[in-house]
Design a protein around this ligand. Structure first.
Ligand SMILES: *Cc1c(COP(=O)(O)O)cnc(C)c1O
Length: 239
């Protein structure tokens, strides 16, 4: 597929990016210090590489991938400027397929998964950056570590030599109260203030299409946008 630059799809994505950037700048102006940076990630599930590349070409070079299989089928077609993070539930037996292609695994929620990432990273002679995913809403069906176990997990993972913890990620419950975002921010600051060795708390990955402005209000510096960027996905959501 080649991109028709007059197509509705192309025009829409360019417009969507403008709108998102504008909303982010307003939220930053209102709630954050002027020198703070909030990164936009384009979440690519179900979106064809040529469409994703429109966003990359417009400067949204950070991509978020949910599924190993889908990512492997798309990665060779992505614009080479793209920087890819893995954000979906990751099975331990699939770590080896992505270890050399993604720069951050955002969805680490168990020591078992961290150990496998460490093992594969060592094999490939690298240090893998990760975020610890927190199930901040305590929802039974969602991945992420319970908020009460975050410190223990971070301390355990910090012992692994081929992993570096770079921050936290969460998917708050839809339509949840703002307190949930604030609580996540407090946990982020708590971990940061403990100054655990081999842990560098740079990234708070929080906020999606429906709540990114609220997330920015509460300290997020990486928002993950799918629907507002590429349009609605036409399938039952699995995350
Ligand atoms: C799908 C997804 C997003 C983006 O959701 P939208 O509401 O479409 O913006 C963000 N983060 C994760 C982990 C996702 O799976």
């Amino acid at each position: 597929m080649t991109v028709d630059y007059n197509s509705v799809k192309f025009q829409n994505i360019v417009e969507n990016i403008k709108e998102i950037c504008y909303n982010i700048s307003v939220a930053k102006e209102k709630y954050r210090k002027s020198d703070e940076i909030v990164k936009i990630m384009a979440v690519t599930k179900t979106v064809e590489p040529d469409i994703v590349n429109i966003a990359v070409n417009e400067g949204i070079t950070l991509l978020g991938e949910n599924r190993v299989q889908e990512y492997l089928s798309k990665k060779d077609f992505y614009d080479k400027r793209a920087d890819v993070h893995f954000i979906g539930h990751l099975q331990t037996n699939k770590v080896k397929y992505i270890i050399n292609d993604v720069s951050v695994i955002q969805s680490v929620d168990s020591f078992k998964l961290a150990q496998e990432i460490n093992k594969q990273a060592l094999k490939n002679n690298k240090v893998m950056d990760i975020l610890v995913e927190i199930n901040i809403g305590g929802e039974i069906s969602k991945s992420g570590i319970d908020k009460l176990q975050v410190i223990d997990l971070v301390e355990q993972i910090s012992q692994l030599e081929n992993i570096k913890i770079k921050g936290l990620m969460t998917i708050p419950p839809p339509m949840c109260s703002e307190n949930v975002f604030d609580e996540m921010h407090s946990i982020f600051l708590d971990v940061k203030n403990r100054k655990i060795s081999n842990v560098k708390m740079d990234i708070l990955s929080m906020g999606m299409s429906g709540d990114y402005e609220t997330a920015i209000k509460h300290g997020s510096n990486l928002v993950r946008i799918g629907t507002k960027l590429f349009g609605a996905r036409n399938y039952m959501e699995v995350t």
